[in-house]
Design a protein. Structure first.
Length: 241
């Protein structure tokens, strides 16, 4: 079976599969990004962009992600014949949020050619796997169902909480927020927010106590909206030792 025949048969099978799986979210492109098949669920997850068979699928240039990176990714999949996985931050299912993409080469076993790329996307269900493992080991309690609006957190407080739970100290938090704001922020400023704002709000007697209470309240599953920019982060294999 030549490449064109193989591809036509494959697309027909995926069209049948979509009819059986209502939550089937996938797109198939040729190695250059031309759409060969796009499920309705995949289409609905992409803002107002219309994805039609025969057109090119290309992300807009925004944030820290350029369209050229997609082209490079496609070429790498074709050359290596290996899948690639990444965490993306962009529009997905009605809002800007993190999601995972997985791209797989479709290979005609007769010719050995990569004839298309199969792409699926899935929302991220958690932020830090280490925290989930700690809960599984019963080191951390399961998060409480709490209305966090009662704490009346400012944008800056949300940013600091997120970075604290990422394991960063005041100096590191100050460096990151200086880049985000485009102006210098001192570690003393961060210390003052911890001491005068965050600890009193959560009735925490130390930064360690604040960390524990934030984990218990489920803040490790939350990301401040203003820290979500258009990026793509390649996923690496997790090593066990």
């Amino acid at each position: 079976m030549n490449d064109q025949e193989y591809l036509a048969k494959l697309i027909s099978l995926y069209e049948q599969l979509e009819g059986m799986l209502p939550y089937f979210r996938a797109i198939i492109t040729d190695p250059n990004g031309t759409i060969l098949f796009c499920s309705k669920m995949y289409q609905s997850s992409r803002d107002k962009e219309i994805l039609e068979v025969g057109s090119k699928v290309m992300p807009e240039k925004s944030g820290k992600y350029a369209p050229e990176e997609s082209i490079k990714e496609w070429k790498n999949i074709v050359e290596t014949k290996k899948p690639q996985h990444a965490i993306n931050v962009n529009y997905f299912d009605g809002k800007i949020q993190p999601f995972i993409t997985a791209k797989y080469p479709i290979i005609n076993q007769t010719t050995g050619n990569v004839i298309a790329i199969y792409n699926i996307r899935q929302e991220v269900k958690f932020t830090t796997i280490q925290h989930q493992l700690m809960r599984a080991l019963e080191i951390y309690d399961e998060p409480q169902d709490v209305d966090i609006s009662q704490y009346k957190l400012t944008t800056r407080e949300k940013q600091i909480i997120f970075l604290l739970l990422g394991g960063l100290c005041s100096r590191e938090i100050a460096t990151i927020l200086s880049k985000v704001d485009g102006k210098n922020i001192s570690s003393r400023t961060i210390d003052n927010i911890f001491t005068n704002q965050l600890r009193p709000k959560f009735n925490a007697f130390s930064r360690e106590d604040l960390y524990a209470k934030l984990i218990k309240l489920g803040f490790d599953k939350m990301i401040p909206k203003d820290l979500l920019i258009n990026i793509k982060i390649p996923l690496q294999n997790i090593l066990t030792y």
